[in-house]
Design a protein around this ligand. Structure first.
Ligand SMILES: [Zn+2]
Length: 283
C-alpha cells in the first residue's frame, strides 16, 4: 500500500514537472516570437504606413517595384457598400507586394470613371458615387508613377479593379515606359489582374451554371464578403437580384465567401505572375 502511494506521488511530481516544463517552453516561444511580431508591424508594404526614411531604405534594400492600384467609389446596389473596389484593391495590393517580396504599395486611388455627374448617367444615378474624368484618372496615375520614379523605384506597376479606365492605365504606362525605359525605369499596365480574372470568373461560373456577374452580383459581392473581415460592408438582408433599377445587374444572393476568396486569389496570382514576367530581366 505504502509502495503504491509513493508511486502515485512520483507520477504526480513528474506530471507537475512536465507542466512546468511546458510552461517555460511556451514562455520561451513567446519571447522568441515577440521581436518578429514587433518587426512585422514596422514592415508594412503600404507606403502610407511608413516614414520617408523607411521608404528610402526599403528601396535601397531592393524593394524596387511600386504598385499603383486604382479602385473606384461607386454604387453597388442596396446590399453592398460604395467602397467595394477600394476594399478589394487595398487587400489585393498588399498581398501582391508581399508575394513579390520586392514591392511597396502607393495609397489606393479611390476614384474612377463612373458616369456623367451632370447628366447623371451610369453609376452617377445613385448617391455616393464619385466620377472623375478620364483625363483626371489618367493624370493621377501618371503623377503617382512619376512620384514613384522620383522616389527611386525601378518598376512601376499600374493596375485597376474597375472596368472603366483600364485602357487609360495602359496608355499612361506605354507613354511613361517609352520615356523612361532608356533611363532604366519601367512602367507597366498589369492587365491580367482585371481581364484574366474576368475570364477565369466567367469560366468558373459558366461551368457551374451560375449567372455571370455584371455589376454587384455574384463575383463582386463574394469578393467583398471575403475581404470584409469585420462584417462592415455587406447588407445580407438587402441583397436581391436586380436588372439595374437598384444598381445591381445580376444576382448577389448567390454570393458566398469561398467564391470571393477564389476570385481575389485569381487577381493576386495573375498580377504577381505578370509583374514577375515583365520585370524578370529588368531589375
Ligand atoms: Zn466598378
Amino acid at each position: 500500500m505504502k509502495a503504491m502511494e509513493s508511486t502515485a506521488s512520483v507520477v504526480r511530481r513528474l506530471i507537475t514537472k512536465g507542466d512546468q516544463l511546458m510552461k517555460s517552453l511556451t514562455f520561451a516561444l513567446i519571447l522568441l516570437l515577440l521581436p518578429s511580431v514587433v518587426l512585422a508591424q514596422s514592415k508594412s508594404v503600404l507606403i502610407e504606413d511608413l516614414t520617408w526614411t523607411e521608404v528610402r531604405d526599403a528601396i535601397a534594400a531592393g524593394k524596387t517595384t511600386a504598385i499603383y492600384y486604382a479602385a473606384s467609389t461607386e454604387q453597388n446596389g442596396p446590399g453592398l457598400a460604395l467602397g467595394k473596389h477600394i476594399f478589394i484593391a487595398h487587400y489585393a495590393a498588399q498581398r501582391i507586394a508581399e508575394e513579390l517580396g520586392n514591392a511597396l504599395v502607393y495609397p489606393t486611388m479611390p476614384y474612377a470613371i463612373a458616369g456623367d455627374p451632370i447628366k447623371k448617367t451610369g453609376h452617377m444615378r445613385f448617391p455616393g458615387t464619385v466620377s472623375v474624368l478620364e483625363e483626371t484618372f489618367g493624370a493621377v496615375a501618371r503623377d503617382v508613377a512619376l512620384s514613384a520614379i522620383a522616389a527611386g523605384f525601378k518598376n512601376v506597376a499600374l493596375m485597376g479593379d474597375h472596368g472603366g479606365g483600364q485602357q487609360t492605365l495602359k496608355k499612361v504606362a506605354e507613354v511613361l515606359n517609352a520615356e523612361w525605359s532608356p533611363k532604366g525605369v519601367h512602367v507597366y499596365h498589369i492587365s491580367d489582374l482585371y481581364f484574366k480574372e474576368k475570364e477565369q470568373m466567367k469560366e468558373y461560373l459558366t461551368k457551374r451554371n451560375m449567372a455571370i456577374d455584371q455589376h454587384a452580383g455574384i463575383d463582386d459581392t463574394s469578393e467583398v464578403m471575403f475581404v470584409d473581415k469585420e462584417n462592415k460592408w455587406v447588407r445580407k438582408d438587402k441583397l436581391a437580384p436586380d436588372d439595374g433599377k437598384m444598381g445591381v445587374i445580376g444576382d448577389p444572393t448567390q454570393a458566398f465567401i469561398e467564391l470571393g476568396k477564389m476570385f481575389v486569389e485569381f487577381k493576386i496570382k495573375n498580377a504577381v505572375t505578370q509583374i514577375r514576367s515583365l520585370t524578370a530581366d529588368k531589375k
